[in-house]
Design a protein around this ligand. Sequence first.
Ligand code: SAH
Length: 354
Amino acid sequence: MNELRIKISSLTEQELAEYIRSLGQPAFRAGQIFRWLHQRAASEFAAMTDIPKTLIAQLEEQCEIETLSVARKQVSKDGTVKYLFRLPDGNCIESVVMRYHYGNTICVSSEVGCRMGCRFCASTQNGLVRPLTAGEIARQVYTASEELGERISHIVMMGIGEPLDNYDNVLRFLQIISSPNGVNIGMRNISLSTCGLVPQINRLAQEKLGLTLSISLHAPNNRLRSSMMPVNDAFPLEQLMPACRAYQKTTGRRISFEYSMVKGVNDTSECAQQLAKLLRGMGAHVNLIPINPVDGSPYTASDAANVERFRERLGKLGINATVRRRLGTDISAACGQLRQEEARREQQQDENRR
Ligand code: SAH
């Protein structure tokens, strides 16, 4: 791969149009190429049969199409499919396809690794390797859909990485994926989850995209939240919560809050009370998820009865909460786990070779 080549599958329609114009080509060529890349998931220029040979040669010389290969695939008893994708530079990322009655949802990665350091999360244990480009994020959708032979109608940005720490690429991805000239997945069918980067939440509010924003809250007070999520030291609740309220006001869209339940840590009735107080008047929805224990993390999951008690307590205090159905637990579908397994396997192979 040549670093200097234009990553053509990461260009928005407008950027692609400008580039094609700079080659002295008529405007409609940009539309054709965009559709080849994003509607038909072409992986080489030679496949673009309605593009003149001379232009194809030029594109081959100047550009690259970002592709992925399937390194591993696991299918759960409940139909959830998890992919370990290998990028051309050898790095691995994960995507998970979940089957719901309303259609297939894909959970995509936004970075290779993550630098947020949440104590319960497998994706962040070795830090950030690099952000993904828009084309690499989009390609997860195309490759999974092609491999399954099924349409994917919904996207959640809840895989490896912190999407708002890769803001510009993620925004490009959102433009590309929602374009009627691409796979046309509307913003109403897209959720983006963040650990709470306040400046980017404020910026996102101004874009008024119509997607669903999820905040990984996980704790109702600073002491507890900082002990689970270092990001809380940079953006504590007294900054995060006003940013969330402002986001709702600006966009007219309700935020949903993720709350991963850790036995004896954040699952007490006092926590439920604090949480209800924190979210009062927001009309917010809370997703309760028993934490998925990962290697090297000190946390264990709250038991089902306690999760239910917590939910009921929130309900009585006027906060709407649901317990997230756990899909794919038999295939280590919590983000980052498969990539870690693969890294360990490769390391073992290297040692064996020595
Ligand atoms: N960085 C983003 C999106 C990726 S993580 C974010 O923090 O929101 C997607 C969700 O899974 C987040 O709510 C995250 O806190 C949660 N999560 C990560 N590891 C988990 C685990 N082991 N058990 C339960 N939830 C986990």
